[in-house]
Design a protein around this ligand. Structure first.
Ligand code: NAD
Length: 298
C-alpha cells in the first residue's frame, strides 16, 4: 500500500482521495481550504499541513488543482513538490491544464529523478465519487505502470496516451469535439422547432442516422428525450459551461502554439464565452441551447 500526498481536495480531489483511502492506501492531504482538509480527516485521512510535508513524506504525490498557474506554483516554487519530494517519488497531476505547463513541470521533475505523469480525467464529480473516472495518461511506460493500480482505484478506464503532455492533449481534443458537437446538436433542434419538426422525431431519426453522437444520445440538450440529461433538471450541472469554456480555451491556446487551424473550436470557445458572460457559467454546458434559441430563458 502506498503513502500518498494528495494536494487539491476540491470537488474532484476530495472524493478521489477518499477512494484511495477505501482501497487501503495512506493519504495525507493538503488544500489551501482547511475545511476540505477536515473532510479528508473525517473520512480517515490525515492533514499534511503544507505542500512541503505532503511531498516529503510520500511515495506518490497526486495533485488536483484548478489551472496551470496553480500547478506551476505547487510544483516549481521554493518549498514546492519538486524541491521537497525524495528521489524516486512518483508525481501524478490530474488537473486539466495546458500541454506546455504539463511538459515543463514533468521535465523539471525528471531532472530531479522524480518520474511524473499528466493524468487528467473525464467523468465529473459523479465519476470521482463512484471511482468510475477515465484517466488519460501522458508519460513514460515505467511511470504509467507504477501509477496504473492507483488510478484504477479512482477510475474505471485508464489509457496510456503516449509521452509527457499527451494526456492533456487527449483531454482538450476530446472536449473540443464535445463542445462543437453540443452546439451542432443544439442548433439542429432549434432549427427543427422552427421548421415544425417535433424534437422527439428528430431524436428518433438522428440517433439512428449519421448525425448520431454522444451529445445527442447521452446528453440531449432538449428535455424529455434522454432520462439522464441535465436538460431534465433545468440544466443543473453536470459539467458547467465555465469548465467547458476553460477546456475550449486550452484547446485554442494549444492550436495557436502548434499553428493548427481549428475554426469550429474557436467558434465554440466564443459562443461558450458569451453564454458564460450572460451569468450562465455555473449552468450545465448543454444549457447553451437556450442561448442559441434566443428565447430569453437563459
Ligand atoms: P475545485 O476548485 O473544486 O478544487 C480545486 C482545489 O484546489 C480547491 O479545493 C482549492 O482550494 C485547491 N487549491 C487551489 N490552489 C491550491 C494550492 N496552491 N495549494 C493547495 N490547494 C489548492 O476544482 P475541481 O472541480 O475539483 O477541479 C479540479 C481540476 O479537475 C480542474 O483542473 C478541472 O478542470 C478538472 N476537472 C474537473 C471536473 C469537474 O466536473 N469538476 C471534471 C474533469 C476535470
Amino acid at each position: 500500500m502506498a503513502r500518498i500526498g494528495f494536494i487539491g481536495l476540491g470537488n474532484m480531489g476530495l472524493p478521489m482521495a477518499i477512494n484511495l483511502l477505501k482501497a487501503g492506501h495512506e493519504v495525507e492531504g493538503f488544500d489551501v481550504s482547511g475545511a476540505q482538509v477536515d473532510r479528508l480527516v473525517a473520512a480517515g485521512g490525515a492533514s499534511a499541513g503544507s505542500v512541503k510535508s505532503a511531498a516529503a513524506r510520500a511515495d506518490v504525490v497526486i495533485t488536483m488543482l484548478p489551472a496551470g498557474k496553480d500547478v506551476r506554483e505547487v510544483y516549481l516554487e521554493p518549498g514546492g513538490i519538486i524541491e521537497s519530494a525524495n528521489a524516486g517519488t512518483l508525481l501524478i497531476d490530474s488537473s486539466t491544464i495546458d500541454v506546455e505547463t504539463a511538459r515543463l513541470v514533468a521535465a523539471a521533475a525528471e531532472a530531479r529523478r522524480l518520474p511524473m505523469i499528466d493524468a487528467p480525467v473525464s467523468g465529473g464529480v459523479a465519476g470521482a465519487q463512484a471511482a468510475t473516472l477515465t484517466f488519460m495518461v501522458g508519460g513514460s511506460a515505467n511511470a504509467f505502470a507504477r501509477a496504473q493500480p492507483l488510478l484504477a482505484a479512482m477510475g474505471k478506464t485508464v489509457v496510456h496516451a503516449g509521452g509527457s503532455g499527451t494526456g492533456q492533449a487527449a483531454k482538450i481534443c476530446n472536449n473540443m469535439i464535445l463542445g462543437v458537437s453540443m452546439i451542432a446538436v443544439a442548433e439542429a433542434f432549434v432549427l427543427a422547432e422552427k421548421l415544425g419538426l417535433a424534437a422527439q422525431k428528430l431524436f428518433d431519426i438522428a440517433s439512428k442516422s449519421s448525425g448520431q453522437c454522444w451529445a445527442l444520445t447521452s446528453y440531449c440538450p432538449v428535455p424529455g428525450l434522454v432520462p439522464t440529461s441535465p436538460a431534465n433538471r433545468d440544466y443543473q450541472a453536470g459539467f458547467t459551461a465555465a469548465m467547458m469554456l476553460k477546456d475550449l480555451k486550452l484547446a485554442q491556446d494549444a492550436a495557436r502554439a502548434a499553428n493548427v487551424a481549428t475554426p469550429l473550436g474557436a467558434e465554440a470557445a466564443a459562443l461558450y464565452g458569451l453564454y458564460a458572460a450572460h451569468g450562465e457559467g455555473a449552468r450545465d454546458f448543454s444549457g447553451i441551447i437556450r442561448f442559441i434559441r434566443g428565447s430569453g430563458a437563459v
